[in-house]
Write a protein that binds this ligand. Structure first.
Ligand code: MSP
Length: 521
């Protein structure tokens, strides 16, 4: 079977990573880990978008060369992914020479195929957004809004891609491939946006205005438009044209492509991914069956407002990972948003999710279960022959969690997947309260029942540690170490059956998995 190929948007390296960047990478990482657990071979590609006007300007401001500037900023991204356990297989940095060679080869191919032409244009240009503006972008008073920053009138010759030739195909493709965009309602938005006269895409910038980019191979006066360059990362780092370009150390493109999931935010669905990317691929000869699938997530807002440097409300994931632990942050980012919808970042909710759910719910269950087993049985499990309705009910909850979890996770409803696994945590906590192992321990006649209770708790927790592994890999590994059970390398969800812990199993040493935080912190 073909590997599950998952990519994310590549982040602009003109500023520090924020919570939105972290959310997207964690979402993709959780899916990659889930698919591995689900028995698929996975290739996870992510990276950074390092060219363009914004980077050139930021570098100038700091008195650095663009190369020095992007190296510094990129370091903040890679350090954060390391800290958050975002484990990728391929790193797409657009200053990589291998990528540049592929971009140039693609440009040459499109040029040779008559898909590019040169023309001159006069218009209003937004320096901040690096694009020419049309009347559509004018506000009611006729001026361009603040979001465009400085707007200047420019006359320029540029190279264009005959994107409009492919728009009819694109409409038909979207209509006949309901799976192309997740969630499905976004496909309708794209079809609406495609109404009207299609415009060709300007794919160059004159070098005198922008030098920090990839030169057009057939016209040295221009560099490539940053979006064209950036979108190409999905195939250049997947091994496209590797032989022709002399590229080494990349995957076998024929085995990897198309991507099962290109994870992007809603702001870059249209036009970049739904229009530019699809038509670029088609112009290069990619068939309908070779189109990638777009997974479009929503945004994290702050009290309903967009996060922005000017509002001073940018949330720093590095700081949050320090306070709530990396897995505590991953858990919050996955449990408090429905993939595809927006969510509001809230300090109260991240504190609640950590203290009440992780520390009070899961951590406490693990800690008290293991402590009791150590206190009453020196940490040695003896499932024995005792059984009753309460035990059966807990086993049923454990068995029922897996199918619900699997289908939710596979369908990108990570928050529902977590909820499915959490049913075990809730049930097991109630089971401790109703079976009262501390009372059973006082009555020698209840010894067999106590053995079965301690065993059921440890076994149920082992299942939880597997199900929540994609979301909290480090914490769940630590939980398994305390249980004394290591998940075999080849373990798959299909192997998750009651009876992972054997008669005589020796539990490890308990320690608080999520030490409770004082709110004042
Ligand atoms: N460089 C382009 C993408 C090129 S892909 C070939 C870009 N970079 S970005 O740094 O601005 O954004 C990177 C990703 O983070 C995008 O998918 C974007 O939607 C996502 N997010 C940025 N802010 C976000 C939130 N506040 N919330 C969730 N995701 C957000 O666009």
């Amino acid at each position: 079977m073909k590997p599950y190929f998952i990519t994310t948007a590549i982040d602009y390296t003109n500023g520090r990573p924020h919570i939105g960047h972290a959310y997207e990478k964690v979402l993709a990482d959780v899916m990659a880990r889930f698919q591995r657990l689900n028995g698929r071979e996975v290739y996870f590609l992510t990276g950074v978008d390092q060219h363009g006007q914004k980077v050139q300007k930021s570098a100038e401001k700091e008195g650095l060369t663009p190369q020095q500037f992007v190296e510094g900023v990129t370091g903040h991204f890679t350090a954060l992914w390391e800290k958050l356990g975002v484990r990728y297989d391929g790193w797409a940095a657009t200053v990589d020479e291998r990528h540049k060679r592929v971009v140039q080869a693609i440009l040459q191919k499109l040029h040779d195929a008559g898909q590019l032409y040169k023309k001159s244009h006069t218009g209003f240009y937004s320096v901040r957004q690096e694009q020419f503006l049309t009347d559509k972008e004018r506000g009611p008073d006729g001026s361009f809004g603040e979001e465009w920053g400085e707007v200047v009138e420019l006359r320029e010759e540029n190279w264009y891609f005959k994107l409009s030739e492919h728009v009819e195909w694109l409409k038909g493709f979207i209509r006949s491939h309901p799976d192309f965009i997740f969630p499905a309602n976004r496909a309708k938005d794209v079809l609406n946006a495609l109404e009207g006269e299609p415009q060709d895409l300007c794919i160059s910038r004159p070098v005198e205005r922008l030098s920090w980019g990839i030169p057009l191979p057939f016209d040295e006066k221009f560099v490539n438009y940053v979006w064209f360059d950036a979108l190409t990362n999905y195939i250049s780092f997947a091994g496209y044209l590797a032989e022709e370009c002399g590229n080494e150390g990349l995957p076998d493109f024929s085995k990897l492509w198309p991507a099962e999931a290109q994870v992007i935010g809603k702001d870059i669905l249209f036009p970049p991914h739904a229009l530019y990317w699809t038509t670029m691929l088609r112009a290069l000869g990619f068939t309908d069956g070779q189109m990638p699938r777009l997974i479009v997530h929503g945004w994290w807002n702050i009290k309903g407002a967009k996060m922005s440097k000017s509002l001073g409300n940018v949330i720093d994931p590095d700081h949050l990972a320090g306070v709530f632990t990396p897995d505590g942050l991953r858990y919050y980012l996955m449990r408090d948003i429905a993939t595809g919808q927006d969510a509001d970042f809230s300090e109260e909710r991240i504190i609640m999710s950590y203290n009440k759910e992780l520390a009070g719910g899961l951590g406490n269950l693990l800690n008290r279960s293991l402590n009791m087993a150590h206190k009453y049985r020196a940490g040695k499990l003896a499932p024995g022959g005792y059984d009753d309705a309460e035990n059966q009910a807990l086993r049923q909850t454990v068995a029922g969690a897996l199918p619900a979890y699997s289908s939710a996770m596979d369908g990108w409803a990570i928050h529902d997947g977590i909820a499915a696994a959490w049913k075990i945590v809730t049930h097991a906590n109630a089971y401790v309260d109703s079976t009262k192992p501390f009372s059973l321990a006082k009555d020698p006649a209840q010894a067999a029942r106590l053995d079965s209770v301690l065993y059921h708790l440890a076994e149920a927790l082992t299942h939880v540690s597997v199900l929540l592994d994609p979301v909290m890999p480090a914490a769940m590994q630590a939980a398994r170490a305390q249980i004394g059970w290591a998940m075999p390398q080849s373990f798959e969800l299909g192997d998750l059956k009651w009876g992972l812990l054997q008669e005589g199993h020796q539990l490890g040493t308990p320690a608080p998995l999520f030490p409770r935080l004082e709110t004042a912190q």
